[in-house]
Ligand binder design. Sequence first.
Ligand code: HAM
Length: 429
Amino acid sequence: MKVPAVKGTRDFYPPLMARRNYLVDGWKAAANRNGFEEYDGPILEYLKMYQIKSGDEIVDQLFSLQDRGGRDLAIRPEITPTLARMVNQQINALPRPIKWFSVPRLCRAERPQKGRLREFFQWNIDVIGAEDLLADAEVICCALDYLQSTGLTADDVVVRISSRRMLAEMLKAIGVAEDQLESLYPLLDKKGRMAPDAFEAALGDLVPAADPMNKILDLMKAERLEQVSEGVTMTGPAQASVEELSSLFDLLDRMGVADFCRFDISIVRGLAYYTGVVFEIYDRDCELRALGGGGRYDNLLKQFGGPQVTATGLGMGDCVLAILLEEKGLLAGRVPTRSLDYYVACVDKRYFPQAVEIVARLRRAGRRANLSYRQTGLGKQLKQASEQNATEVVIVGAEIESQRVAVKALASGEQRVVAVDQFFAGLQA
Ligand code: HAM
């Protein structure tokens, strides 16, 4: 009986695994460059953890199960709640700000489609315990540092930035009641993916009065930050929230990434816990789903039973990223494949014990070395050596009877005969 792979999951054969490692290594290097420390958590959490504050969309996409003791568990669909739980547990011992990163394997029961799978990897960088906008700017800059390291430029990607706080203050200034805000966010978040008529109809259900509804429609049309206050009687907090976002853009400019960033009021984010700056990263052509997204979530730690500690961060998945890099030709030649320092070829099975000794000695000396298990012709072994990207081939032939081997450089084809001891002595240099 043949059993297929589960829908929306991937088998990582070596070429795909090499690509995954290339992405993950780049993420880790960028996080390290930007002063983040790595952490991880368990793949299983209590189901209720995601019911507290992640929002209905995530809860609908949970892979959940019951353990033998009848406890309701879920496979993690994101790591932010785990991070909040872990930080809360050690909050007094951890020096702040906490700058942590992780690359968890996550599962969401989404309908598999281009750039969205049921199992994926997601780079997370978060700063906890820093109210300063600099933390939000650093998260965005770190993501851009990584994207630039792959060869992407401001012509390829854009960070679309807004603020939940500003949206809330503007909606309140327009006349929306505070307790209505949470129900509006999921709809406003979906605006870009809905037909205008359907959006208006859904908005009309939530905000039946014509005046605030029309003002919300106008607000959501603002293309520049200066336009959000047009036609609205601004309150003090509304003004402050606009100024805060403006300061973030100043900081991003100072940090040299202004070309990548733009204001976009339609960025609301699907997750329920965001409280301030929110952003999503897209390809410039807007053909793909978001490469990543994040923002400020100042209440999540408290909602998980900890103290009021502020936080901001981002998640970037591997799926859309790989599609974009492939489309831009930025994977070919950059993803490392298997390579060897030495391939040990044996021309006659009589010399195989010596060949085994040499390959083992090379590995003990820290060199990447391989040999064929089966005795085949030298031509075949040389072909294998070049398929495995060996730099040199150590040929164990009749010379081994006088303790010598031939060493062939594959790129130049140059070959020299050298005493085995001399060859190994040369390695130490
Ligand atoms: P999110 O927007 O749900 O945020 O996910 C962030 C990114 O993860 C997406 O933009 C996408 O690249 C990737 N992603 C999400 N779902 C899938 C999927 N089914 N298949 C492939 N990739 C996917 C969060 O998860 C937040 N916890 C991020 C965060 C960290 N906010 C603050 N800190």
